[in-house]
Design a protein around this ligand. Structure first.
Ligand code: GLN
Length: 484
């Protein structure tokens, strides 16, 4: 059952071939069995999930139930879940039980999905390898000595190992697409504003966007349709109708104009990964698409601009964790200042502290103009580059990451090398664009991701391009040997 897609599982449930209780129990057992090695979850919700599955079975038996009725899902542990621990991968929040559901959680719940667990992640979603989690690193199911990518590493590893058919995730600079690529699964980062950020613990508010990781584009479409939409609780959420992402999946690709980003095929790209990308592009050509090289001259500035803007916003967002209202509180403080200092000092890990310090610095008087303002200007230039590109082509394609998965520990002592993993993904966040990663083969025996980026609100087109590719190829069906 675990190798079936969400779409197939939904059909099976409706046809009463199996019950939601059987399904949920099966996936819970897989989660438990592989937790000691993969460490993909932070909290497992066995009893509540089984109770919800029983209720779903009653609905299904009566011919009722929402579009996701009885289907199992996990949430990245930065989506607030009512009555459930929501840690953000941090010691700071390791005792935080949320009093409410994030909009994404509430929407998926009301569509009938059942939450089995909260997935492991980099602390406050800061990382590219899932090694900054307070709860320990997640391991890549394709080779457990390697990282799964980050920050949604738990969600990606769980889908790759088929511990769950689909998972929520978030992407501030690549955290959906990058782990999806390194784990060989499908990840969608929607347009900024498409999915509500209410109840999603903030890292960098102008960049954060919730999305989905699943095995196939069709499954991602199924989840995205339910999680998207306007929310009065998020002032940046966009009031636009949500299209039926499933309806357009099979549209022919003849005439699709694909732009190849010159800056994405640079010398930093692993040669074997590049081969897989070029082979994927040849398939698109065969399907009737045309390829043309385009250049985004300011794109090479995206990493430095991001690593000014994101820390600046994080230093402000994380100021609320002071040991007073919620979060970790240091024992026996001498005075208020001691309470603040020690609570934050003990509660946050090294990477989060590095970001807070960088962010505070670039926002400080005297440096604001030199760093923060300049980064914002560069951000505008990058957005303008994308806009120009999309006046010539329908979508952009290229690699998601420069290399396949790397070893746990290989880059932890060198933050700059770690940050460069995001070189191909950050541009879409700075410009607020939708983007996805789909598996397109293997290099050095490890999955390679093809990235597809589109204009604002073109999720439907991206999913269509991904789905048609997945009809032609079987990379998205590959499961690592030990998890078959
Ligand atoms: N790796 C990037 C960072 O550490 C992106 C993280 C993310 O998208 N949440 O900031």
């Amino acid at each position: 059952m675990h190798t079936k897609t969400l779409a197939q599982l939904s059909k099976g449930l409706r046809a009463r071939e199996f019950s939601s209780v059987e399904l949920v129990r099966g996936f819970l057992d897989r989660i438990d069995a592989h937790q000691p090695v993969l460490n993909a979850m932070i909290t497992v919700l066995r009893e509540p999930a089984l109770a919800a599955a029983q209720a779903a079975d009653r609905e299904l038996a009566a011919g009722r139930g929402g579009p996701l009725a009885g289907l199992p899902i996990v949430h990245k542990d930065l989506f607030c879940t009512e009555g459930v621990l929501t840690t953000c991968g941090s010691h700071m929040l390791d005792n935080f039980v949320s009093p409410y559901d994030a909009t994404v959680v509430a929407k998926l719940k009301s569509a009938g999905a059942i939450t089995l667990a909260k997935s492991n992640m980099d602390e406050f979603a800061m990382g590219s390898s899932n090694e900054t989690s307070y709860f320990g690193p997640v391991r890549n199911p394709w080779n457990t000595d390697l990282v799964p990518g980050g920050s949604s590493g738990g969600s990606a590893a769980a889908v790759a190992a088929r511990l769950i058919p689909a998972a929520t995730a978030t992407d501030t600079g690549g955290s959906i697409r990058q782990p999806a690529a390194l784990c060989g699964v499908t990840g969608v980062k929607p347009t900024y504003g498409r999915v509500s950020r209410y109840g999603m613990i903030a890292f960098a508010s102008s960049l954060d966007q919730g999305g989905v990781i699943a095995a196939t584009a069709e499954d991602a479409a199924l989840i995205l349709r339910e999680m998207s939409g306007f929310d009065a609780n998020d002032s940046t959420s966009v009031d636009m109708p949500v299209p039926d992402y499933l309806a357009g999946l099979d549209a022919p690709l003849a005439g699709l104009k694909i732009g190849l980003l010159k800056e994405f095929f640079d010398k930093g790209l692993d040669a074997e990964s590049e081969k897989r990308i070029r082979e994927a592009l040849a398939i698109y050509e065969r399907l009737g698409a045309t390829l043309r090289e385009v250049s985004l001259p300011n794109l090479p500035l995206s990493v430095p601009a991001y690593y000014v803007v994101a820390p600046a916003e994080c230093s402000s967002n994380l100021a609320r964790f002071d040991g007073v209202r919620f979060g970790h509180r240091a024992k026996d403080p001498r005075d208020l200042m001691d309470l603040y200092k020690r609570s934050r000092g003990e509660g946050f890990g090294a990477e989060v502290k590095r970001r807070i310090m960088t962010g505070t610095y670039v926002l400080s008087a005297g440096y604001y103009d030199a760093y923060y303002l300049k980064a914002q200007k560069v951000r505008q230039l990058i957005s303008a580059d994308f806009k120009r590109a999309f006046s010539e082509v329908d979508v952009l394609m290229g690699p998601t990451t420069p290399t396949p998965a790397f070893a746990i520990g290989a880059k932890t002592s060198d933050p700059i090398t770690m940050y460069l993993n995001d070189i191909y993904t950050i541009g879409a966040n700075l410009a607020g664009l939708p983007a996805m990663s789909i598996p397109c083969g293997f290099a050095q025996g490890l999955p390679v991701g093809l990235q597809i980026v589109g204009p604002h609100f073109s999720e439907g087109k991206l999913l269509n391009a991904a789905h048609v590719f997945q009809r032609e190829t079987d990379w998205h069906t590959k499961v690592p040997e030990e998890f078959k």
